[in-house]
Write a protein that binds this ligand. Structure first.
Ligand SMILES: NC(=O)C1=CN([C@@H]2O[C@H](COP(=O)(O)OP(=O)(O)OC[C@H]3O[C@@H](n4cnc5c(N)ncnc54)[C@H](OP(=O)(O)O)[C@@H]3O)[C@@H](O)[C@H]2O)C=CC1
Ligand SMILES: O=CC(=O)O
Length: 319
C-alpha cells in the first residue's frame, strides 16, 4: 500500500506529480479556517507532511500516529517543537543553503533602502510632491565604508557580509555563539561581544534562528546601546525582537531607522504603529521570495520528504 503524504502549501505541478507517482497525496494549497478540519483529519493517516508557514503543534502531531517525517519549505524550523520531534523519533527536514543569496539580496536592499530613504522618497515622487531640487531634509546616509554589525554569522549572515565587504567596502563586526574563522579569514570580520557590536555598528543586522534562547533577546536595552544614527535590520524572525521596544526606539529617535522583513505577528496588522513611521521600511517576509529560489526550496523539500519516506539518507535534517 502507498504511504500517505499531506501537502499544506502550493507546490509547482511537476513536484505534485512526482509525489503522486509514489504516494497517496492529499493537497491543501494553504490551511485556513475553511479547511482546517479536513487538514486535521488528513493527518490521522499521514506518513509524511510537507509545507510552510503553518505552526505544526504537538496536538497536530499527536493526531498523526503514523508520521515519520515533516518537511518544511523553509530553513527556519521555529514552527515546530524540536524537542518533541526528538522525543517521538520523528524526522524534521528543512531547506538550508539554496536561499542564502536571495535572502542576502533582500537584506541588502533593506540596508540600502533604509539608509537612502528609497521607499519614502519614491512615494514622495509618486504623490506628485517633487516640485524642485530636494534639499538636506531629504538626504540619506552613506552605506559604503560604514560598519556592519551582524548578530548571527551563519549561512545567510556570511552572504550578507560578503556583499558588504566586497561590494561596499564595509567593516564587518559580528557576534555568534562561537567565532567563524572562515568569515574572519575571507571577510576580515571581527568577533566582538554583542554590546561592543551595538556600540560600534552603523547597521545592526539580526540573522539568527528563533529559538527559546533568542526569543525577545533584542529589546530596549539593546536599542539603547546602539548609536543614535544606527540603522536596525531584521530579516530573521520578528519574535527575536521586543517589537514594542523597537517602536519606541524608532519613535523617540533612540535609533535612526529600521529595515524589517519579519514581525512579531504576520501579516503585520494594519494598525501597527510601524506603518506610520517614515523611518521604517517594512516588507512582507520576502527574504527568499524569488521564482528561482522558491523553486529550489520546493525541490529540496520534496527530495527531503521522499528520502525520508524511502528510508534513505535525508539531504537536510534539522532533527
Ligand atoms: N526573511 C526571510 O525570508 C528568511 C529568514 N530566515 C531566517 O534566518 C535564520 C538564519 O538562517 P541561516 O543563516 O541559514 O542559519 P544558520 O544556522 O546558518 O545561522 C544562524 C547563525 O546564528 C547564530 N546564533 C544562534 N544563536 C545565537 C545567539 N544566541 N547569539 C548569537 N548568534 C547566534 C549561529 O551561531 P553558531 O554557528 O555559532 O551556532 C549561526 O551562525 C533562519 O533560521 C530563519 O529564521 C531565513 C531565510 C529567509
Ligand atoms: O523565513 C524563511 C525561511 O526559509 O526560514
Amino acid at each position: 500500500m502507498k504511504q500517505r503524504v499531506v501537502v499544506y502549501k502550493k507546490l509547482p505541478e511537476h513536484l505534485n506529480e512526482q509525489l503522486r507517482a509514489e504516494f497517496d497525496v492529499t493537497f491543501f494549497d494553504r490551511v485556513n479556517d475553511g479547511n482546517r478540519a479536513a487538514f486535521l483529519e488528513s493527518l490521522k493517516s499521514a506518513h509524511g507532511i510537507i509545507g510552510a508557514s503553518l505552526p505544526i503543534t504537538n496536538e497536530m502531531l499527536d493526531a498523526a500516529p503514523a508520521l515519520k517525517i515533516a518537511s518544511t519549505v523553509s530553513v527556519g524550523v521555529d514552527n515546530f517543537d524540536l524537542d518533541y520531534f526528538r522525543q517521538r523519533g520523528l524526522m524534521l527536514a528543512h531547506t538550508p543553503g539554496v536561499l542564502n543569496e536571495s535572502t542576502a539580496d533582500t537584506i541588502f536592499s533593506l540596508i540600502l533602502a533604509s539608509a537612502r530613504r528609497i521607499v519614502e522618497l519614491a512615494e514622495y515622487v509618486k504623490a506628485g510632491n517633487w516640485k524642485g531640487s530636494i534639499g538636506e531634509a531629504q538626504f540619506g546616509v552613506n552605506v559604503h565604508g560604514k560598519t556592519l554589525g551582524l548578530i548571527g554569522m551563519g549561512r545567510i549572515g556570511s552572504a550578507v557580509a560578503r556583499r558588504a565587504h566586497h561590494g561596499f567596502g564595509m567593516k564587518i563586526l559580528y557576534n555568534n555563539t562561537r567565532p567563524n574563522p572562515e568569515a574572519e579569514r575571507e571577510l576580515n570580520a571581527t568577533f566582538v561581544s554583542k554590546d561592543e557590536l551595538l556600540a560600534q555598528a552603523d547597521f545592526v543586522c539580526l540573522m539568527l534562528p528563533l529559538t527559546p534562547e533568542t526569543e525577545r533577546m533584542f529589546g530596549a536595552r539593546e536599542f539603547g546601546l546602539m548609536k543614535r544614527s544606527g540603522i536596525f535590520i531584521n530579516a530573521s524572525r520578528g519574535r527575536i525582537v521586543d517589537e514594542q521596544a523597537m517602536i519606541r526606539a524608532l519613535q523617540d529617535k533612540t535609533i535612526h531607522a529600521a529595515g524589517l522583513d519579519v514581525f512579531e505577528v504576520e501579516p503585520l496588522p494594519a494598525d501597527s504603529p510601524l506603518l506610520a513611521l517614515p523611518n521604517v521600511v517594512a516588507l512582507p517576509h520576502i527574504g527568499s521570495a524569488t521564482h528561482e529560489t522558491r523553486l529550489a526550496m520546493a525541490e529540496l523539500a520534496v527530495a527531503n520528504l521522499i528520502a525520508g519516506l524511502r528510508d534513505e539518507k535525508v539531504p537536510h535534517l534539522a532533527v
